[in-house]
Design a protein around this ligand. Structure first.
Ligand code: FE2
Length: 226
């Protein structure tokens, strides 16, 4: 992953002080969300490459890295929850989209970063949140990040769900074609699913990301990615 955009954002000369500040805040507040964000950024880069987005890719990768920044404002007990959330807890957790969008809008001039934080939980059929946008109303970058976000969430072992294999995760995502996910984006994802699996497996075994990041911005890693 040495040549990846993610590598440059986390460790290289392209890192901005602003991005570093946000990542540091997230790393201190919530290790699970930080590791998830690193993974989603790498998977977004893989999918953008498969879709040949070229010039748009760096901004989408940065947006993916910061997409859950609004969770800094959410109580940890919701994020490490063992069972279904109560309606008021669910509402509080969902607010990470608007909170993140507001925070980033004040700091970044780039629309993509703000739009992805705000809209990565929208659904293609309009049944997502926070705005209930549908189809092409949802920014393309948010459709891409939303899909790889769901992939990592499905595959991850969390207190409230067992881990899932790559093939099972792809099958679950493809079943949401045209309802949850943009058909164009899910088709590109399914076509490049081997590269996605490779990126996922590789970054889970790359101590360079968490190790180097630990030296510069965050407390020591206490466990494996996820
Ligand atoms: Fe999220």
């Amino acid at each position: 992953m040495k040549d990846s955009l993610l590598h440059r954002l986390l460790l290289g000369p392209d890192e901005s002080a602003l991005t570093g500040f946000f990542l540091s805040a997230m790393g201190h507040a919530d290790r699970i969300t930080f590791n998830h964000s690193v993974m989603v950024a790498q998977l977004a880069e893989t999918l953008c490459d498969a879709m040949r987005l070229n010039g748009k890719t760096p901004e989408i990768v940065l947006a993916a890295l910061l997409h859950d920044i609004g969770k800094i404002g959410i109580e940890g007990r919701f994020l490490a929850h063992n069972g279904p959330l109560e309606p008021d807890e669910q509402q509080a957790l969902r607010a990470h989209t608007t909170l993140g969008g507001q925070a980033l809008a004040r700091m970044f001039e780039r629309d993509t970063v703000t739009l992805v934080a705000r809209h990565h939980h929208e659904r293609y059929d309009g049944k997502g949140y926070p705005a209930g946008l549908s189809g092409g109303e949802i920014p393309l970058a948010a459709r891409i990040v939303g899909l790889v976000d769901a992939y990592d969430a499905i595959r991850a072992s969390r207190p409230y769900s067992p881990p899932c294999t790559h093939d099972d995760a792809v099958a679950r995502l493809v079943s949401g074609r045209g309802t949850h996910f943009d058909p164009v984006v899910i088709d590109a994802f399914a076509k490049s699913d081997r590269q996605v699996a490779q990126a996922y497996d590789q970054i889970r075994t790359e101590p360079a990301y968490l190790g180097a990041r630990t030296d510069r911005r965050a407390p020591p890693a206490t466990g494996p990615l996820n």
